[in-house]
Design a protein around this ligand. Structure first.
Ligand code: MN3
Length: 197
């Protein structure tokens, strides 16, 4: 049994004009797909074959000899999490428990966005910016390349991909504008709330 590329949770043009169909066709159809096929190739015939994706990530995190498997497994997980972190009906302000927790941890929705954006911009080179839950607190985390909260024993609520392939066709070098748009127009608050422990 091998891993399959999950379908996008919306159509390829559903996030337009914020993220174009062209970007999603490459990002999901080529980049995400390549991580899936490379992962299948790398685990075939090893003791990791047939294991759950999360278990493969935890088993290979921090192991230099397994970096290839880790990178591809984590990138498969990260991208699926990223697609779900956005919605064509996203953006705006959350309500309920997630709204209360954001206020308690950051002071306001705008402060949360500022801190997430600062982490996303401050991630030098490729990586990810995350909202994570640590006990009762919500925190911002940035990770390099394929690294994710799971590999650090942390619990993810939301992510944005800040590899150039995530935004270059639509925003060129304007990573801050891309991240701001995701936070203002696309963030899937229902998904974020569902992820709360
Ligand atoms: Mn990507």
């Amino acid at each position: 049994m091998s891993f399959e590329l999950p379908r996008l949770p919306y159509s390829q043009d559903a996030l337009d004009p914020h993220i174009s169909a062209k970007t999603l066709s490459f990002h999901h159809g080529k980049h995400h797909a390549a991580y899936v096929s490379k992962l299948n190739e790398l685990v075939a015939g090893t003791d990791l074959e047939g294991k759950a994706l999360e278990d493969i990530i935890r088993a290979t995190a921090g192991n230099a000899g397994k970096a290839g498997i880790f990178n591809n497994a984590a990138q498969v997980w990260n991208h699926t999490f990223f697609w779900n972190s956005m919605s064509p009906k996203g953006g705006g302000a959350p309500s309920g428990v997630i709204a209360d927790k954001l206020k308690a941890s950051f002071g306001s929705l705008d402060k949360f966005k500022e801190e997430l954006k600062a982490a996303a911009i401050g991630q030098f080179g490729s990586g990810w910016a995350w909202l994570i839950q640590d006990g009762n607190d919500l925190k911002i985390l940035k990770t390099q390349n394929a690294e994710n909260p799971l590999s650090q024993g942390k619990h993810a609520l939301f992510t944005v991909d800040v590899w150039e392939h995530a935004y270059y066709l639509d925003y060129q070098n304007r990573r801050p504008d891309f991240v701001q748009t995701v936070l203002d127009k696309l963030i899937n608050w229902d998904f974020v709330a569902q992820n709360l422990k």
